[in-house]
Ligand binder design. Structure first.
Ligand code: HAM
Length: 418
């Protein structure tokens, strides 16, 4: 029998990489706190209708990528492919609209899309995301964009590119859809099957097509910016003005309609050259009107983003932006009595806040080898003599220097841990 393996496109995150994941998340949480965003945790399973209605039936996500199954009572459930619809569902269900102010929420967790796995694309992947719900002010758009860039800076990532666009209000989009439908009457027969279908059902989604042969045709289609009404134009102008005030550099890309139906007005993406084909490190935008689609009687305009954490970690690792945590002290006890002594001593030293591992190996040579290989900073050797004299041998693994250390000195680690 072959050993069992993980499901295709779903991976294990192992040390030392898991430490980078933790550091990236800690960096994001620091920035969220500075912008007064608080954490929301929603279920990983939702009723299928939430995504079908929220994200849109004609999107790639809903039409071919969701993990959907029937619960034992016949309810159709789906592993969340994204979290904005869930956060809005929670906002409406928990009546957060009754509390004053803009609700600023963030989340970190796994999402599921049955895409073709490749570098930077998985079937279980992780997002770090945020949603600001309760305002349509363009100042919020600029601040959300500023915050996501602050996370990239905090993680130590440079060389990214910010793309922005406006897909307009529902009415502007409906107008653009008609213009596109018209333009596609001639162009669509030369395009892929998905495009031919979408040219009829939801022409905007033709712009998401990734088929290389279709790209020159898509390039020539009319720009959505020409269909924006006066108030959309003004909104977008003010977003750009705020971004300029904040010194944020961006490129306007009128093809950036993003692959989810809920977007209205501002959309944005950040790409990074180090990522290869799947170069979007994050994406986001405004979704005024989504609350109503999900059945809310009260409007709840909002804007947010999701960072692909797998891609963020990959970029951070390539840039060596994070320093992995190392073990401070590896204790090598020689013999049974020394092991008993070591466990008690390690307990005391850990209380001073440093990391300590006690070896259960028997041979000193092997213990020193392990200390070396695992990158421990110091090794403490404990034998019968050391116990008798109450003084241990402390070895600096980087320099090889050995000193003797009493229990007291070990407990005042500022004296020796450099
Ligand atoms: P999205 O563009 O579908 O937007 O996903 C956001 C990011 O998640 C992508 O830019 C990418 O980095 C990452 N991502 C997506 N699919 C995968 C995958 N299969 N493997 C690895 N990473 C992936 C959303 O999900 C929206 N909820 C963003 C948003 C929040 N808009 C408003 N608020």
């Amino acid at each position: 029998m072959n050993p069992l393996t993980s499901v295709k496109g779903m991976r294990d995150i192992l040390p030392p990489s898991s430490a980078v994941w933790n550091q990236v998340e800690a960096a994001a949480r620091r920035i969220f706190a500075r912008f007064n965003y608080r954490e929301i945790r929603t279920p990983i399973l939702e009723e299928t209708a939430l995504f079908a209605r929220g994200v849109g039936e004609e999107t790639d996500i809903v039409s071919k990528e969701m993990y959907t199954f029937e619960d034992r009572d016949g309810t159709s459930l789906t592993l969340r492919p994204e979290n904005t619809a869930s956060v809005l569902r929670a906002y409406i269900q928990q009546r957060l609209d009754q509390e004053p102010g803009v609700h600023k929420l963030y989340y970190i967790g796994p999402m599921f899309r049955r895409e073709r796995p490749q570098k930077g694309r998985y079937r279980q992947f992780y997002q770090i995301g945020a949603e600001a719900i309760g305002s349509d002010s363009p100042a919020i758009d600029a601040e959300v964009i500023q915050m996501v860039l602050a996370i990239l800076d905090e993680v130590g990532i440079a060389g990214y590119k910010l793309l922005i666009n406006s897909v307009g209000s529902k009415e502007s989009r409906a107008r653009y859809n008609e213009i596109l439908r018209e333009a596609l009457r001639e162009a669509a027969p030369q395009m892929c099957g998905d495009c031919r279908r979408r040219a009829e059902t939801n022409p905007l989604r033709v712009l998401d097509c990734k088929v290389p042969e279709d790209q020159p045709i898509i390039e020539k289609l009319p720009s959505i910016l020409d269909s924006l009404d006066e108030s959309d134009r003004e909104h977008f102008r003010r977003v750009r003005e705020f971004l300029d005030d904040l010194g944020i550099r961006y490129t306007v890309n009128p093809r950036l309609v993003r692959g989810l139906d809920y977007y209205a007005r501002t959309t944005f993406e950040v790409t990074h050259g180090a990522l290869g084909a799947q170069n979007a490190i994050l994406g986001g935008g405004r979704y005024d009107g989504l609350a109503e689609i999900l059945g809310s009687k009260v409007p709840a305009p909002g804007i947010g983003f999701s960072i692909g954490e797998d891609r963020l970690v990959m970029t951070a690792e390539e840039a060596q932006a994070m320093t992995p945590a190392v073990l401070d002290l590896y204790v090598a006890p020689m013999g049974e009595a020394a092991l008993r002594h070591a466990l008690v001593l390690a307990t005391e030293i850990r209380k001073t806040g440093i990391s300590v591992e006690v070896s259960t190996d028997r041979k000193l040579k092997r213990m020193l080898e392990i200390a070396n290989k695992t990158g421990a900073r110091y090794t403490l050797i404990i034998g019968d003599n050391e116990i008798a004299s109450q003084s241990y041998t402390l070895k600096n693994m980087a320099t090889g220097e050995q000193t003797s250390a009493t229990r007291q000195k070990l407990l005042e680690h500022t004296q020796w841990l450099k």
